[in-house]
Design a protein around this ligand. Structure first.
Ligand SMILES: O=P(O)(O)OC[C@H]1O[C@H](OP(=O)(O)OP(=O)(O)O)[C@H](O)[C@@H]1O
Ligand SMILES: O=c1cc[nH]c(=O)[nH]1
Ligand SMILES: [Mg+2]
Length: 215
């Protein structure tokens, strides 16, 4: 009998700041500028959670008053991978917190009729296999885009991946858990479910259009 890997339970941020900012983000009356700013702020908070397992080592430093032992990051280097185009809204906040991280991009769009993910671009750093990766996309709806992106990242040799999104549908979580049970999902909320067009309900609408003002 084959052993099935148990999925890592998703981490849902329940911090009051996240609840407040996510509520503002969802509101239809929030402007493009406001949506972008809130996405960036929420990304900082999600980055904090997604990097919780980073390894540190002791380092001796001198404060203005005395020597002490501090801690500095010492584990594998990081790479952020943005699923275009809406992933770039999250990427900005992540890079505010970890400016030295490398960045990869995977271009995917959902076919409106089949809801399958269609790839149109990919560029990953040459040394991505030596890095831990955080893959970012605001929305985990059917999970097709995220699963396709993770297939590509794993094919490039990456071993440890966290997937970060603003909102998830239970259907997307189930799909990703099935396809990539070893990938931890970090999200601000898991909503009620998908509608007949594959939109997350109650959701926040089309994240890409709201970030870039394209509709
Ligand atoms: O889980 P799924 O059902 O695959 O849906 C989620 C995808 O849909 C959105 O992208 P979209 O295709 O609208 O592209 P965009 O970022 O260019 O707007 C979103 O940013 C995800 O990538
Ligand atoms: O609700 C949804 C689903 C997929 N993509 C979005 O931008 N929003
Ligand atoms: Mg879109």
């Amino acid at each position: 009998m084959s052993e099935k890997t148990l999925p890592i339970p998703p981490v849902v941020l329940d911090h009051p700041l996240v609840l407040h900012k996510l509520t503002r983000l969802r509101q239809a009356s929030t402007s493009t500028a406001g949506f972008r700013r809130l996405t960036r702020e929420l990304s900082l908070l999600m980055c904090y959670e997604a990097t919780r397992d980073l390894v540190t080592e002791p380092v001796e430093i001198q404060t203005p008053l005395e020597k002490m032992e501090g801690q500095e990051l010492s584990g594998k280097k990081l790479c952020f991978i943005s699923i275009l185009r809406a992933g770039n809204g999250i990427l900005d906040g992540m890079l505010d917190l970890i400016p030295a991280a490398r960045v990869g991009h995977i271009g995917l769009y959902r076919d409106h009729d089949t809801l399958e993910a269609i790839e149109y671009y990919m560029k990953l750093p040459d040394d991505v296999a030596d890095r831990d990766c955080i893959v970012v996309d605001p929305m985990l709806a059917t999970g097709h885009s995220a699963a396709a992106a993770l297939d590509r990242v794993k094919a490039a040799g990456v071993k440890k991946i966290v997937f970060v999104c603003l909102l998830a549908a239970p259907e997307g979580v189930a799909w990703l858990n099935e396809k990539h049970p070893d990938v931890k999902i970090v999200t601000c909320a898991i909503d009620r479910g998908l509608d007949e067009k594959g939109y997350i309900r109650p959701g926040l609408g089309d994240a890409g259009d709201r970030l870039f003002g394209t509709r």
